[in-house]
Design a binder for this molecule. Structure first.
Ligand code: PLP
Length: 385
């Protein structure tokens, strides 16, 4: 069977490769500490599971949902945005449900990118931005995220020629994998450039609620002019430990939302309504539940950060996300340090170069195991070096 060119030319999906490494280690009987994938280990909060149980019994939810999401779900999203960011959204035109934000990210280039159009993509970055672009026949222009620029793309370095051909720009703050957060000034620069060159901005805000020290990340839509140029994608996955449920949403510019909706009407049939009902309960989660979650991650972050420091390994102390973006020690590159950690310490991480070339020289640690296991990981890493 001959694969299509667009599939043949794909690099293996990063986490599929890591899964293979993991399987091999487990086969050998390694007591593996898996810090590779950003998939929360803590269960979905109980009130959300209870709402799901109730909703699943209602036959009204057993039929096809609407492609854009139930009005009650879109209204819950609007209320959440008003409360969290003081941003007003029309649930009828400025909100659409997604089957996880990955789905929306993968599909949006199909709505707006013609073959040969350029899409501006951060690198290192979540792999779906560039792959969605390739599937739509677009060309990726990679914007490097470097430490000296606080892991923000240097927009001034992009040539006029590229900007003129660019149709879409992906940005992602708080950032995976670097854990950087964006300033208001950066978002203002993005809006300026996007309106000058007619570029649609798609801000992936999957980690907006995983933050530390009460420093709440901004929404792109809080910034004046944002709604004229773009949208924000959100996920319930990371905030409410709901990665398996597959639900998210996109909000913002109504024409962009409508374009994305056109693709979705033709490709999928929306999110199971019972999951939308449970997600309404999720969006109304008590602040205490979320601050307890943040405290858990904070303890893990501090344990790993301090432990790596004692081991002589330098990292950014994240202000948000559940990742540490860690410089490989002297004598290692991304691949060899990942292999060393796996073979000598039984700790699985993600090589930074897997997120794009500028990620070379880094590995990413995810804080998705209990603090006792992080302590154990630190001890083993210290011994291995
Ligand atoms: C996890 C993640 C997503 C995908 O989340 P889903 O809503 O579960 O599809 C999107 N963007 C980034 C940067 C992520 O890390």
């Amino acid at each position: 069977m001959e694969l299509a060119e667009r599939v043949k030319n794909l690099p293996p999906y990063l986490f599929a490769r890591i899964d293979a490494m993991k399987e091999e280690a487990l086969k050998k009987g390694v007591d593996l500490i898996d810090l590779s994938i950003g998939d929360p280990d803590i269960p979905t909060p109980e009130h959300i599971v209870e709402a799901m149980k109730k909703a699943v019994e209602n036959p009204a939810h057993h039929r096809y949902p609407s492609y854009k999401g139930m009005l009650s779900y879109r209204e819950a999203v609007s209320r959440w945005y008003k409360k969290r960011f003081d941003v007003t959204l029309d649930p009828n035109t400025e909100v659409i449900s997604l089957i996880g934000s990955k789905e929306g990210i993968g599909h949006i280039p199909l709505a707006f990118v013609n073959p040969g159009d350029i899409v501006l993509v951060p690198t290192p970055g979540y792999p779906v931005y560039s792959i969605g672009t390739l599937f739509a026949g677009g060309e990726n222009y990679f914007m490097p995220l470097k430490e000296e620029n606080n892991y923000l793309p240097d927009l001034k370095s992009i040539s006029e020629n590229v900007l003129k051909k660019a149709k879409l720009m992906f940005i992602n703050y708080p950032n995976n994998p670097t854990s950087a957060v964006a300033s208001r000034q950066f978002f203002e620069e993005v809006i300026n450039i996007a309106s000058k060159y007619d570029i649609i901005v798609c801000h992936d805000a999957a980690y907006s609620e995983i933050y530390y020290d009460d420093e709440k990340p901004l929404s792109f839509l809080e910034i004046e002019g944002a709604k004229e140029v773009g949208i924000e994608m959100h996920s319930l996955s990371k905030t409410y430990n709901m990665t398996g449920w597959r639900i998210g949403y996109a909000v913002g510019n109504k024409d962009v939302i409508a374009g994305l909706g056109k693709i979705k009407t033709n490709l999928d049939s929306g999110v199971f309504q019972a999951i939308q009902e449970a997600s309404i309960a999720a969006l109304e989660t008590d602040e205490n539940v979320l601050s307890a979650l943040r405290k858990t991650y904070q303890e893990r972050r501090d344990t790993l950060y301090e432990g790596l420091k004692e081991a002589g390994i330098s990292a950014e102390k994240p202000k948000a996300t559940f990742y540490l973006w860690v410089k490989t020690p002297e004598g290692f590159d991304s691949t060899s340090f990942t292999a060393h950690l796996l073979e000598k310490a039984g700790v699985l991480t993600t090589p930074g170069n897997g997120f794009g070339d500028p990620g070379e020289g880094y590995v990413r640690f995810a804080l998705t195991v209990p603090v006792e296991r992080i302590k154990e990981a630190v001890e083993r890493i210290k011994k291995s070096l």
